[in-house]
Write a protein that binds this ligand. Structure first.
Ligand SMILES: Nc1ncnc2c1ncn2[C@@H]1O[C@H](COP(=O)(O)OP(=O)(O)OP(=O)(O)O)[C@@H](O)[C@H]1O
Ligand SMILES: [Mg+2]
Length: 255
């Protein structure tokens, strides 16, 4: 066995301050504020179109804010070098594996592109990360040969390769059957525990949120409506939050 490459105090804190963003006339983020502690699993829930993916894109520096700031380990991401000092990784909503490459090449892409390690070392790390998400031995398959749940887990393995201090997951369980969703959720929680990586998870999967979150934030129309532990969020009586958390199908009554 190789030495574990994990570090139990690797996670960074994240602070989002007064974040505002409009696209044209549409105000998408209307002063979003929250902070996430090092090593926390923080789940952001909210309906479709509420601004969750836009918020994540700001945190990884892909989108410049109109106002407000984001701090990683107490340092504004506007300052140069913050992303060199602390690796961030994002598991995109679409999974986004490149179909022309094998799964192994996808997972090792970061290391190969940055010429960070010799090829044998990259192969070893790729196998280690695939095994960490329960996908040992799929290196030579093409993404098209994996199930949806396996693709999501491969995308997580790819995120792990940079030894991130913060992982952002955008809808990691969407498109998955309930059992695969549980497997992916358990994987997120387990990686968080074994490495201490801070995890921000965007999802409308209520089972996932209440199952793995240390704290949950509810975002509606570009504003954070509530933040608290799963138990605290369940106790909030505000109708806008309860309607979202308790939405159910109702069958039309036959007359
Ligand atoms: N680059 C962009 N240009 C213009 N409008 C955008 C852009 N990105 C997002 N939007 C708009 O911002 C709003 C929020 O989008 P966002 O993708 O953050 O929603 P979401 O909460 O992630 O929804 P979902 O749960 O469906 O993924 C939407 O109305 C969307 O159309
Ligand atoms: Mg989204």
């Amino acid at each position: 066995m190789s030495a574990p490459s994990t570090n139990h105090h690797r996670g960074v804190g994240v602070e989002v301050r007064g974040l505002r963003k409009s696209f044209g006339k549409q105000e998408v983020l209307k002063g979003v504020e929250f902070s996430v502690s090092p090593g926390e699993v923080f789940v952001l829930m909210g309906p479709s179109g509420s601004g969750k993916s836009v918020l994540l894109r700001h945190i990884i520096g892909l989108e410049p804010p109109d106002a407000g700031d984001i701090l990683i380990a107490n340092k504004s991401i506007q300052e140069p070098g913050v992303f060199d000092e602390h690796h961030l990784a994002m598991v995109f909503q679409s999974g986004a594996l490149l179909n022309s490459m094998t799964v192994g090449e996808n997972v090792g892409l970061y290391l190969a592109e940055h010429r960070l390690k010799p090829p044998e070392e990259i192969n070893r790390i790729v196998s280690e990360k695939l095994a960490a998400v329960g996908l040992a031995g799929v290196e030579d398959k093409l993404p098209a040969e994996l199930s949806g749940g396996m693709k999501k887990r491969a995308a997580i393995a790819r995120a792990l390769v940079s030894e991130p201090a913060l992982i952002l997951y955008d809808e990691p369980t969407s498109e998955l059957d309930p059992v695969s969703a549980v497997v992916v959720g358990e994987e997120i929680a387990r990686l968080n525990q074994s490495s201490g990586v801070t995890s921000i998870v965007v999802s409308h999967d209520r089972d996932l949120a209440f199952g793995i979150a240390d704290r949950i934030a509810v975002i509606l129309e570009g504003k954070i409506l509530a933040i608290g532990s799963p138990a605290e969020i369940r106790r909030i009586e505000e109708p806008a939050i309860q309607d979202f958390l308790n939405a159910k199908f109702s069958r039309p009554k036959s007359s």
